[in-house]
Design a protein around this ligand. Structure first.
Ligand code: ADP
Ligand code: MG
Length: 262
């Protein structure tokens, strides 16, 4: 069971900084991959459950959640729910998950619990997207241990780079121990304001740090992206003609091309 079919790719969307666009990216990337015909699972790893909400499942609305998979040994397939979007399933979260940081501490192989659970699902999906919480605690470590690759959303703002070095440091530690195969896919610039010179500066700083691993696609600040979650819909459904939908579709296409899947 530990042998992964190479056909499934797990992508963790991580940055311990809050409000940088992790959830917006996870939800809308997952929706774009699903729209491109790929069986996709979105795993909400944040107790605030914004990704679940963004797909129409408000916190606590789902009876079986990622918490029960991690802490109670519930088979992942029993907690996964289909969404309104074709090809897109969700493993929802809720407030219970906030206890997981502490409860996982006492478990054997506490960083590898999610990895074991995802291995049971790799055969059914082309992509599994993990929406990480804004911390570098045990839940995030589980995601980084379970994933094949990490996508780092970086908000186009003055202090954007603070914390990115810490994150890269953590990723290097995980590569040395828990997950030697871990790849850093790259950085995605979010909430770009085309009128501001700042975004250009942040792009330059990012290129200095990540070199070619900065995605060409820039995600603009777009109010439709901020509105969509309150309707429980990804941008591809809420407003498929918006700039935000165009940007996330372009990003998904860029990623698929990188994976040789376009
Ligand atoms: P994180 O998951 O990193 O905390 P979110 O994806 O929840 O970040 O984004 C933080 C806030 O910014 C949310 O209110 C979200 O709707 C908004 N937001 C994210 N990306 C954009 C964007 N490109 N344009 C406009 N608002 C955005
Ligand atoms: Mg989030």
């Amino acid at each position: 069971m530990d042998q992964h079919p190479t056909s499934c790719r797990v992508i963790a969307v991580a940055n311990q900084k809050g409000g940088v666009g992790k959830t917006t990216t996870a939800v809308n990337l997952a929706a774009c991959l699903a729209a491109a015909g790929h069986a996709t699972l979105l795993v909400d790893m944040d107790p605030q459950a914004n990704a679940s909400l963004g797909l129409g499942f408000g916190a606590g609305r789902a009876e079986k959640q990622v918490y029960h998979v991690l802490l109670d040994g519930l088979p992942l397939a029993e907690a996964v729910i289909p969404t309104e979007v074709k090809n897109l399933d969700l493993l929802p979260s809720g407030i219970d998950l906030s206890g997981a940081e502490i409860e996982l501490t006492g478990m054997p192989d506490r960083e590898k619990v999610l990895r074991g659970a995802l291995n049971t699902a790799r055969g059914r999906y082309r992509f599994i997207i993990l929406d990480c919480p804004p911390s570098l605690g045990l839940v995030t470590l589980n995601a980084l241990t379970a994933t094949d690759t990490v996508l780092i959303p970086v908000q186009a703002e003055y202090y954007a780079m603070s914390g990115v070095a810490l994150l890269l440091n953590t990723l290097a530690l995980v590569q040395k121990g828990l997950n030697p195969e871990l790849r850093v896919e790259g950085a995605l610039l979010t909430m770009v304001d085309s009128r501001s010179a700042l975004s250009g500066q942040v792009v330059q700083q990012l290129r200095a740090m990540f070199r070619e691993r900065v995605f060409q696609t820039l995600i603009p600040r777009n109010v439709r992206l901020a509105e969509a979650p309150s309707h429980g819909k990804p941008i591809t459904v809420y407003d498929p003609r918006s700039k935000g939908a165009e940007a996330y579709s372009a990003f998904a296409a860029e990623l698929l091309a990188k994976f040789g899947l376009s």
